[in-house]
Design a protein around this ligand. Structure first.
Ligand code: AMP
Ligand code: GLY
Length: 424
């Protein structure tokens, strides 16, 4: 099978490794890929936004399956255009991708289908005064979210009315999130442990992959600003088998049904961000794609044929037995540029990659190559990922940090407490 993978991050490096090792993968191209993906496939220098060129490449190379990593090409409709040309795609249509692209769309769909999530109200820029009077009568903390995609920065937790008013100003008056903040969702604050669940689906049937826990804040102890994710581990003990069956029955199944009934079946990976509250799992958000860095820790836990899973889902009849959990554990630590998630410098040489033992994978994210050296080229630079055959997070954590200690670049920062919540 000839496969194209779209994307350039650590998630795509992990996907590329998994796809390349599957029986039946004859050729893997990554558009545009990165310094890591080129070790397992062929990088093709086409811009991810150049849909016409991507389609041309896929037709010319008789591609059997396209796997789309990031949300942007999905939200922009790349999957639809490829399908119109008869190419099989793992990834949702533009319409179905609204589940990530418009928070109000996701919230209204959940409300209508009685899917457990935080209570909420939606306000447009024109309804500033109404939003203020609503903020005057609710309980705090509360959560204010820009409706559109805001690079992970559009969620503000307000401890009191004044913070909430400030957040409103950011969206509606300062327009800090551009048009993504023209509409907002104000929602109830939920407490509990967070978990990420991936449902792999053909639009009707689905399987759930092992649950992971991300670490969104920049500093230890979940302090500081939100990031794209500073590390993850799987499986997380905060989601047990009973929770998984509740999540399948009360969240994933009705969401897929609702999307299908609206004429926008979701084919791909439905990523469900959950809060495990005292009254059960509730949805924090949906994403229309694999999570990053959760993918890096979930894929090593799958045995079987991952490509068969994706291909069967993309073909309309998922093979639910294609993969199963192998009983292991995995921990991923993100090494980030100094200053991230705010402004940071790049172009520093990364030392020590060759010293990492073979039982730990180092996925490349924001990296580039110059004169045979790997340099930093983004906020999240490397994903140091361990795997243990038994479900032993303690060992997996130790292995990942040991490997990390061999790697260095100027300004490197990372969290020292990845997976600690699982160990308490
Ligand atoms: P999101 O981009 O919607 O995933 O939100 C980013 C982060 O904000 C989440 O991972 C949570 O930590 C936090 N968050 C979002 N919504 C809520 C909520 N309703 N209650 C508590 N925390 C939330
Ligand atoms: N790790 C969070 C995300 O992929 O959105």
């Amino acid at each position: 099978m000839k496969i194209v993978l779209i994307g350039a991050g650590g998630r795509e490096h992990a996907l590329a490794v998994k796809i390349a090792e599957c029986k039946g993968t004859e050729k893997l191209y990554i558009i545009p890929g990165n310094t890591g993906t080129k070790q397992v496939g062929e990088n093709v220098q086409i811009n991810q936004d150049d849909h016409e060129l991507i389609i041309k490449f896929c037709l010319e190379h008789k591609i059997d399956l396209v796997v789309i990593g990031p949300e942007k090409p999905l939200i922009d409709g790349l999957a639809d255009k490829l399908r119109n040309e008869g190419i099989k795609v793992f990834g949702p249509s533009k319409k179905a991708a609204r589940i990530e692209g418009e928070k109000s769309f996701a919230k209204n769909l959940m409300k209508k289908s009685k899917i457990p999530t935080a209570a909420f109200e939606v306000f447009d820029k024109e309804n500033y005064d109404e939003a203020i009077s609503y903020l005057n009568k609710i309980n705090y903390p509360t959560v204010i979210k820009a409706d559109g995609i805001a690079a992970g920065k559009g969620v503000m937790i307000a401890e009191a009315f004044d913070d909430a008013k400030e957040a409103l100003k950011e969206c509606f008056i300062n327009c800090s999130f551009g048009s993504a903040g023209d509409k907002i969702v104000i929602e109830e604050f939920m407490s509990g442990q967070e978990a990420s669940i991936f449902a792999i689906t053909d639009g009707t049937d689905f399987i759930l992959l092992p649950a992971a826990q991300d670490h969104k804040r920049i500093f230890d102890g979940d302090k500081g600003k939100n990031t794209g994710g500073m590390g993850a581990y799987a499986p997380t003990p905060f989601v047990n088998d009973r929770d998984l069956s509740i999540i399948a029955k009360e969240i994933i199944e009705p969401t897929l049904n609702a999307l299908r009934e609206k004429g926008m079946p979701f084919i791909g990976c439905l990523y469900c961000g959950l809060m495990m509250t005292s009254s059960g799992p509730k949805v924090v958000e949906f994403n229309c794609r694999f999570g990053d860095p959760e993918t890096q820790v979930i894929l090593p836990l799958l045995e079987g044929n991952f490509v068969e899973l994706l291909y069967s889902a993309a073909s309309g009849k998922i093979n639910k037995d294609a993969v199963k959990y192998n009983g292991g554990a995995s921990v991923c630590i993100v090494a980030a540029s100094g200053g991230y998630p705010d402004a940071f410098e790049k172009g520093f040489v990364i030392d020590g990659l060759e010293n990492v033992s073979r039982n730990v994978s180092v996925y490349h994210a924001g990296c580039k190559e110059l004169n045979g050296k790997i340099l930093t080229n983004g906020g999240r630079v490397l994903n140091i990922t361990s795997f243990t055959e038994k479900n032993n997070i303690t060992d997996a954590k130790r292995m990942a940090y040991e490997a990390l200690s061999k790697i260095s670049f100027e300004g490197m920062q990372y969290r020292k407490d990845i997976s600690d919540k699982a160990l308490k």
